[in-house]
Design a protein around this ligand. Structure first.
Ligand code: AMP
Ligand code: MN
Ligand code: MN
Length: 323
């Protein structure tokens, strides 16, 4: 079964229900937020009732302006109404950040582009070949004959740009996604404005944090892997604003580097690990080993233990692939 074959069933489900809870993954990025906002706006245009929910935390400045549109709590749906939960850009129910027993007892539609994860949900529109989840939402809207309005186009374009590193990860042969985003620009999305939103507006503290992390970076396995970290103390001193892309861009620009690893120490005995690959080395595979996930070239996981333990454990796992 191809992902496209799910489209008619998804469109029927959207028509047949009248109230929607739209979730994404925790620590939202612009792909999940853009998918939620555009789908929510589209459904409201169709006269439906929509609840946008996110567990947060909202650490990315490029999406901060939309935080107030999202609730941190799941609503109760009147049993007389026909409700549907839609989960966007999220490869497992746990990653929504809402415990399963807090979900209303409703059918679940999953719209996602992650390659691996749990096979959850009643209806699944999951296409790992899609560069972003926003493109899948756009595909649904266009197939239904309701192309995005200017605001929807803008936020869909932002999601695509986030997940493709502003077009840097678009592969040869992916002309269809480029044609799709050209239609978003035709509908009112601004590439110039979107780039300013993604790359600008950062705090001085976040730039100093970049400096600290770069200063700590070291290479391993004959220069094929670069690793660095942020401590909880850094965050206390410089603020918790998260850099989405610049750091990985700088680290993977070192000659010979194939993989970048950035570890973020938390204050709860865990470390959040971000992984980026610029070759065929599959970092989602590494992330899955630690219970996380993502894509072949961008993945993440949470590992329990202090910084030194986590570094050591990661190195053991990478040694099998890079030594
Ligand atoms: P990040 O490093 O947080 O920008 O994440 C890169 C990619 O990996 C994104 O597609 C995330 O959705 C995915 N990802 C990050 N952390 C996890 C996790 N703990 N579980 C599953 N996927 C993750
Ligand atoms: Mn995402
Ligand atoms: Mn995504």
């Amino acid at each position: 079964m191809t992902p496209e074959s799910a489209v008619p069933e998804v469109l029927r489900a959207l028509d047949d229900h009248d109230e929607f809870i739209i979730l994404g993954h925790e620590d939202p990025d612009a792909d999940c937020l853009g998918s939620q906002l555009a789908a929510g706006s589209w459904l409201e245009r169709k006269g439906k009732r929509v609840h946008l929910c996110s567990a947060g935390p909202w650490s990315r400045p490029e999406i901060a302006e939309w935080e107030s549109r999202f609730s941190r709590r799941l609503p109760k749906i009147d049993p007389d109404r026909s409700g549907l939960i839609i989960i966007m850009d999220c490869s497992s129910p746990e990653r929504t950040g809402f415990p399963g027993d807090s979900w209303p007892d409703l059918p679940v539609l999953v719209i996602d582009h992650h390659a691996a994860g749990s096979d959850y949900g009643d209806i699944r529109f999951v296409d790992p070949s899609s560069p972003s989840t926003t493109l899948l939402v756009q595909q649904l809207m266009e197939t239904a004959g309701d192309p995005p309005n200017p605001e929807e186009a803008e936020i869909l374009f932002l999601g695509f740009c986030t997940d493709t590193g502003y077009f840097r990860h678009v592969e040869p042969g992916q002309s269809a996604p480029l044609e799709a985003v050209a239609r978003l620009v035709g509908a009112g999305a601004s590439p110039a404005e979107t780039f300013r939103l993604l790359a600008g507006g950062r705090s001085l503290g976040s730039r100093k944090l970049l400096g600290r992390v770069l200063d700590r970076a070291d290479v391993y396995f004959d220069g094929r892997l670069v690793l660095s970290w942020e401590t909880w103390k850094d965050w206390r001193e410089l603020g918790s604003e998260r850099d989405s892309d610049m750091l990985y861009q700088l680290l993977t620009s070192i000659a010979g580097v194939e993989v970048a690893v950035v570890i973020r120490e938390q204050n709860d005995g865990n470390c959040v690990v971000g992984l980026r690959s610029i070759t065929d080395l599959d970092v989602a595979d590494i992330a899955r080993f630690f219970g996380g996930g993502g894509h072949r070239k961008a993945a993440g996981c949470t590992v329990s233990g202090d910084l030194n333990d986590v570094i050591e454990h990661l190195m053991q796992i990478f040694a099998d692939r890079l030594d």
